[in-house]
Design a binder for this molecule. Structure first.
Ligand code: ATP
Ligand code: MG
Length: 291
């Protein structure tokens, strides 16, 4: 994985489900780099010719991409290029917006999530999501928040206390909340609330976790805690993270995809994309010439 320091050196030179057990990403086996980011790693999700519209406006213009199992893929690109729209297509959330449409295929373990027989509710529990602003249910306690997704899905939990402890541990929040589980989720700090939302998503044992700028509302300390968390849960679950922060993409991801105006410009191993981009537009973006 490229370090922020190394990336800065490059930039200043002008160059261009079972969930669990924590652990550091460093030292994990890396997938060999290819444009598709797939060689040497198993494809968990394969996106083929994905298009998305809001009304008549085509926002995602035919994107194909493979996402490697149990690796972290970062999506970067200028504001408005379609990053959030794209990831919302990966768990059938886009179609919830009125007049929003999708075409193309998204294979999860080889099965198209847009197949007529696919159940969107089941897809959304297999492919969980964490948003930019922490959104715990304000009227629910910390404990109830963790169990909320399961209850909404109608899933019976045989040992809820154990599950609550397990996922709060995984979200690196247990130590801070174990004595206040009945307090409102809204009483926590922003960073704690975001970890609570991650715990709520993990309770569903997702195979893929989509994270849409999960740190943009957080201070640097809360951000670094979430990044540590990405390192540990990235070992047990595939992560796709949208970030505006290129140092963050460099720190947390194995693969990076650069989007521009609804198209995929380049997708590669993160260290290659940030040090030897093959496309001029990628180089211009990562070296701050536009954005
Ligand atoms: N609900 C909506 N209805 C209509 N247009 C929308 C809607 N949501 C997004 N768009 C448009 O789709 C385009 C892509 O938006 P999107 O939020 O996916 O971009 P983004 O890359 O995530 O941007 P940012 O980095 O600012 O979050 C923008 O032009 C935006 O105005
Ligand atoms: Mg966005």
């Amino acid at each position: 994985m490229i370090t922020a320091k190394r990336m800065f050196q490059f930039r200043s030179a002008g160059g261009g489900a079972e969930i669990f057990n924590g652990g550091q990403l460093e030292g994990m086996e890396r997938a060999a780099g290819t444009q598709e980011g797939e060689e040497g790693g198993e494809g968990k999700m394969r996106i083929e010719g994905l298009q998305a519209w809001y009304g008549k406006a085509e926002i995602i213009k035919g994107i194909s991409l493979s996402v490697v199992k149990k690796k972290v893929t970062a999506i970067i690109g200028p504001s408005g290029c379609g990053k959030s729209t794209f990831i919302r297509c990966l768990n059938r959330m886009h179609e919830v917006v009125p007049k929003a449409y999708v075409a193309g295929k998204v294979f999860l373990d080889g099965v198209d999530i847009y197949d007529k027989k696919a159940d969107p509710v089941r897809i959304r529990s297999r492919v969980g999501m964490v948003f930019q602003r922490p959104n715990p249910f304000p009227t629910m306690s910390i404990r109830e928040n963790v169990l909320a997704g399961l209850r909404l899905n109608g899933t019976k939990v045989s040992r809820p206390n154990e599950l609550v402890e397990q996922v709060l541990e995984q979200a690196a929040l247990w130590g801070e909340v174990k004595d206040i589980l009945n307090r409102s989720g809204a009483s926590l700090s922003g960073g704690q609330q975001q970890r609570l939302c991650i715990a709520r998503a993990l309770a569903l044992k997702p195979e893929i976790l989509l994270m849409d700028e999960p740190c943009s509302a957080l201070d640097p300390i809360a951000t670094s805690r979430i990044e540590e968390l990405i390192h540990s849960i990235g070992k047990i679950c595939t992560i796709i993270i949208v970030t505006h922060n290129m140092q963050q993409a460099a720190r947390v991801s194995h693969h990076t995809a650069f989007f521009y105006m609804g198209e995929l410009v380049e997708h590669n191993d993160t260290d290659i994309l940030f040090t030897k981009p093959s496309n001029q537009r990628t180089e211009d973006y990562i070296t701050g010439r536009f954005g």
